[in-house]
Design a binder for this molecule. Structure first.
Ligand code: FES
Length: 103
């Protein structure tokens, strides 16, 4: 059974916030964008660079290494040089706390 990891209180994670948690031993990036929380593996599928800290525009996060963009909601690669999707995780808000778990 996959673990469910607490990220923190929703009201302390403002719009644009990014952070990393460990889920089943894997680094997972959590992003707040337009009020929603998104979680995806914190590794670009091009050369494994961390996605944490990348710019988010139109629901897509940019890998700072070579500029690939990934959809926050699906993990799909939308800009070269990445072609493979990034694994996405489930986010939930319960009693004011944000959680991440494997899908
Ligand atoms: S490592 Fe992310 S685009 Fe190359």
């Amino acid at each position: 059974m996959s673990e469910r990891v607490k990220v923190g209180p929703e009201n302390e994670l403002p719009e644009g916030w990014q952070g990393e948690v460990q889920v089943d031993g894997v680094g997972v990036l959590v992003v707040r964008y337009e009020g929603q929380f998104y979680a995806l593996r914190n590794n670009c599928t091009h050369k494994d660079f961390p996605l944490l800290g990348g710019e988010v525009v139109m629901g897509r996060i940019t890998c700072e290494k070579h500029g690939a963009r990934f959809e926050l909601s699906t993990g799909k690669a939308r800009t070269l040089p990445a072609v493979k999707p990034v694994k996405v995780y489930r986010t939930e808000v319960e009693d004011g706390e944000v959680y991440v778990s494997a899908l």
